[in-house]
Design a protein around this ligand. Structure first.
Ligand code: GLU
Length: 273
């Protein structure tokens, strides 16, 4: 009996080890077709890109609609796994998710580690401040600024405001809470995310987004490095969504004149040069 227990325990340990050391699939497209499900890493507290719908308790948003549109083209189901700005690349590289669709900016540093699709959303980094407290970037010098760990927002804020004290939280709602509680003087990230946070806040009348932009933020879908078939498929899929008008429909659903976050669509999905 003792031996049997020992053998069972060893088998379990080997299974766990095998699972955690299994190499991520080299051809994700083939793997997704085989398993019948596309597993995407998404934000779950970043309206209107990925957040929990109060009625259905499911994650909805701009990013989520892109995932469903791509999954329809592969003819598979969708599974959403919440990720943070700091965890998303490791989750992808470890094979826990097939793709990142999570407000993620494409930049050369990240592109050394993962591959990106063509740009499917375009925004720029700004700030939320108390009304009337900030007129120009210099008003933020030497101040405490809240943002999120592992984001480009953190890097750009340090670059643009070398004397500011940039405090990084786990997600954007926490950074916004710190601003409401007076723990930071301003918070910063992509304008499209700031609009989402403000629109959902009962205290929105006390705050504003001054017209101070410190960077461009093109969003890409993240995939494993060298996963060529999958990258090609996703690129083709999003170009088709642009051509058919579906990409614009998704934009209008989340950012059009009837929404809380209304902005102009100042980009089209085109092939990267
Ligand atoms: N787009 C920026 C980034 O990729 C900020 C939003 C985020 O943290 O996801 O870091």
């Amino acid at each position: 009996m003792k031996n049997l227990v020992a053998i069972l325990m060893m088998t379990a340990a080997v299974t766990v080890a095998a699972k955690s050391f299994a190499a991520p699939p080299a051809d994700t497209l083939a793997e997704v077709k085989k398993k019948g499900v596309l597993v995407a890493g998404v934000k779950d507290s970043t309206p209107p890109f990925g957040y929990i719908d109060e009625k259905t308790r499911t994650i909805i948003g701009y990013d989520i609609d892109f995932i469903h549109a791509i999954a329809r083209k592969i003819n598979v189901k969708v599974e959403l796994k919440p990720v943070t700005s700091a965890s998303r690349m490791a989750q992808l590289q470890e094979g826990n998710i097939d793709m990142i669709v999570a407000t993620m900016t494409k930049n050369p540093e990240r592109a050394k580690q993962i591959d990106f699709s063509h740009t499917y959303f375009f925004t720029g980094q700004k700030f939320i401040t108390r009304k009337g407290s900030v007129k120009a970037l210099k008003d933020l010098e030497g101040k405490k600024i809240g943002t999120t760990k592992g984001s480009t927002s953190e890097q750009q804020a340090r670059k643009a405001l070398p004397t500011a004290n940039v405090l990084s939280y786990d997600d954007y709602p926490q950074a916004f809470l710190a601003l409401q509680q007076g723990k930071v003087f301003a918070m910063t990230t992509d304008e499209s995310i700031l609009l989402g946070l403000l629109a959902k806040s009962p205290e929105k009348s006390k705050f504003e987004i001054p017209n101070i932009q410190i960077s461009d933020e093109p969003y890409g879908i993240g995939m494993r490095k060298g996963d060529k078939n999958f990258v090609d498929f996703v690129n083709k899929a999003i170009l088709e969504l642009e051509k058919s008008g579906e990409a614009k429909k998704i934009f209008d659903k989340w950012f059009g004149p009837k929404t809380d976050y209304h902005i102009q669509r100042n980009f089209k999905i085109t092939a990267d040069k």
